[in-house]
Design a protein around this ligand. Structure first.
Ligand SMILES: [Zn+2]
Length: 366
């Protein structure tokens, strides 16, 4: 089995159900070398992320059939006057890209013999985990901050998860989930566990396959914790290493101006973001004041020749309305990357060429 490697002190740890971060407190990476996928065999593979099995650190049999996460449409359209490929990640089993990560986390739980998964999430991650756990016959428990909107936790509950309200904010909910890990439960953290990123990396494979293995110039994604940025970085590196694409696309991380620690650090030329107080943005899915993997996100963006930008709530709301008027049923956070193209599309296209814009989450859940 592959092992965990600390993102900060580089200590190695065995992959175990109770191990969710390093003893030094930092998130973990996975020491895993993806093999080259067999492009000719793809025609015979399932329409899910398990089709790229050579690139995955777990046996597809562990998915117990899964829910079909991982294969989403890529649609050609125009935003403002900018031609784009829209990656419809909201068209996934529970309406967000988090299904990719949840698929891997639940398969990992099964491989470790866990019967219950826990996470802290007031949003799409909790819903995705609940659904994938239900499909695989595992119990799910989701800790939510008492002050969050009840809509998404209600959906997680309807999917069979036990939803536990914790007094205080996000930090208290995270602490409650971490305490469960001490009692032997599997903390399927969508922020700390690197298997989640090996799930989100399959978006790179999906995009490359949709574009017939011609890489785009850049790919724009909403960024809070940066799970999409880091997954795409992993995936495109692997594809490039095995010569399956001829260049690595630039990664463009888009934050909400009202909560933009990664953007601020990028602009200031710093290596890691300084925490900001969670300001209230309408894009609540990217409202992360202190992203634990912030330094890695900055490095991934810079290494790819990309950039971090930020959009205002007004720009996000306008983008959401424009997307709906064209038939794309995104949630507010799902419109963040499109907002950047609506504002800067001409320049972005001149700089990077062909653009992929990720529409990350569904608005039908609101
Ligand atoms: Zn460490």
């Amino acid at each position: 089995m592959t092992s965990y490697v600390c993102t900060s002190c580089h200590a190695r740890h065995k992959v175990a159900a109770t191990r969710w971060r390093c003893d030094c407190g930092a998130p973990l990476d996975l020491d895993f070398e993806a093999a080259a996928i067999d492009r000719d065999a793809l025609r015979r593979r399932p329409q899910s992320l398990w089709r790229w099995s050579e690139a995955l650190p777990l046996d597809p049999a562990l998915s117990r059939g899964g829910l079909g996460a991982g294969v989403t449409p890529l649609i050609d359209d125009v935003l403002g006057e900018t031609p784009v490929h829209l990656s419809l990640e909201y068209v996934s089993p529970t309406g967000s890209y988090k299904d990719r990560g949840a698929s891997l986390l639940v398969a990992l739980a099964i491989s470790l013999g866990a019967t219950e998964v826990v996470d802290d999430s007031s949003g799409n991650a909790g819903i995705a985990l609940a659904a994938h756990a239900a499909r695989s016959g595992l119990k799910a428990r989701v800790f939510v901050p008492g002050d969050c909107s009840p809509v998404k936790p209600r959906i997680a509950k309807a999917l069979g998860a036990e939803v536990v309200e914790v007094e205080g904010g996000r930090a208290s909910a995270a602490e409650a989930a971490a305490n469960e890990a001490k009692t032997g439960a599997f903390y399927a953290s969508h922020v700390f566990n690197p298997f989640f990123l090996h799930g989100t990396k399959t978006l790179a494979y999906a995009v490359a396959e949709s574009l017939r293995w011609v890489a785009p110039g850049a790919i724009l994604v909403p960024a809070g914790n940066g799970g999409l940025v880091l997954g795409l970085d992993l995936g495109f590196r692997e594809l490039r290493r095995h010569d399956l694409i001829d260049r690595r696309p630039s990664l463009i991380a888009v934050q909400a101006e009202r909560c933009a620690p990664i953007f601020r650090a990028f602009e200031a030329g710093e290596d890691s973001p300084s925490p900001v107080t969670d300001e209230d943005t309408i894009a609540d899915g990217v409202r992360i004041g202190a992203p634990p993997r912030g330094a890695a996100v900055l490095k991934a963006v810079r290494d790819s020749g990309g950039l971090v930008t930020a959009v205002s709530d007004r720009e996000i709301e306008t983008a959401r309305r424009i997307l709906w008027s064209k038939g794309y049923t995104v949630e507010t956070t799902g419109a963040v990357a499109a907002a950047a193209v609506l504002r800067d599309g001409k320049k972005l296209r001149e700089t990077f060429g062909d653009l992929v814009v990720v529409l990350s989450g569904s608005g039908l859940k609101a």
